[in-house]
Write a protein that binds this ligand. Sequence first.
Ligand code: KG4
Ligand code: ZN
Length: 322
Amino acid sequence: MYVLGIETSCDETGAAVVKDGRSVLSNIVSSSLKFHQKYGGIIPEIAFRMQLETITGVADCALKDAGIKLKEIKLISVTAEPGLLGSLLVGMSFARSVQLALNIPVLEVNHLYSHIYANFLNAKPIPLPFVALIVSGGHTSLFYLNGFNRITLLGSTQDDACGEAFDKVAKILGLGYPGGPFIERLSQKGNPKKIIFKCSQTKEPLNFSFSGIKTAVLYYAKKHLGQKKDYRLTCDIAAAFQEAAIDALIRKSLLACRLKKAKRLVIGGGVAVNNRLRQKFIQKAKEEGLKIYFPSRDLCLDNAAMVAGLGYRLFREVRYGN
Ligand code: KG4
Ligand code: ZN
């Protein structure tokens, strides 16, 4: 069954065709990022205006790339939440208009759950149950999954998301936006042990907090870096921040697995592109006897293939119970 996925929760306009919830036939992402860069963050009005202009072309392109005709699509899956309201409305209105034209079902899906589903694309299915960590620019959450319609939230960030902290620390250090890739690159040249940063403790053990560490970086940079351009020190700060952020993610994820007696840990979201994060998670999971899963890098960041895949899975679970 061919499913058309539509993703417009943030700055991207995504459309994809996925076969049977597994094979990605096309996955087009058009980003309005360069129009936001000078503001150092996403401007919702710019995002949804660009999405209005590009959605039809992007969907057309996804169909062409997949070699599929519109009438062969049997289901549309679209991101309905969470995200920027105007952006979500563009995707959902587009999906509804295609539905009217084709008379096929539309499923509205959750963006975070689709990040989890990215692990099932072009890969073997992961046996349930498992713990999932979603670590992105807007969210940092731990879930327990017994099925894609039986998901329990175990904990989430009580202030900034992890990716947001990467973005803000990059801004403090005078780097570009989005900050994650810049911090990762500088960290490779820095010494993560030279400065010690720590993420704040949280009252709920499975919650996260990243705003304190960001402020700690700000004060440290003001005091020791000031207006100087000290490449070495900038690399050390980036590395120390990255290490502390990753350690907090690992600590909480492993605790969630222990508490839920889970044997599998599934990671998703934009920050999961990070190589250091992957390495450290793999090593710690091995020590704990856990199986760990990551999506391929191109499926970590926002895309519509994960939305199409999740739509198929939910459609089957509701209609056929599997
Ligand atoms: O999942 P995503 O594409 O969008 C949201 O749903 O939020 O994630 C974007 C986030 C940004 O905060 C970006 O800085 C972060 O992912 N990111 C990274 C890396 N590449 C992207 N963070 C750390 N290291 C990276 N290499
Ligand atoms: Zn996302």
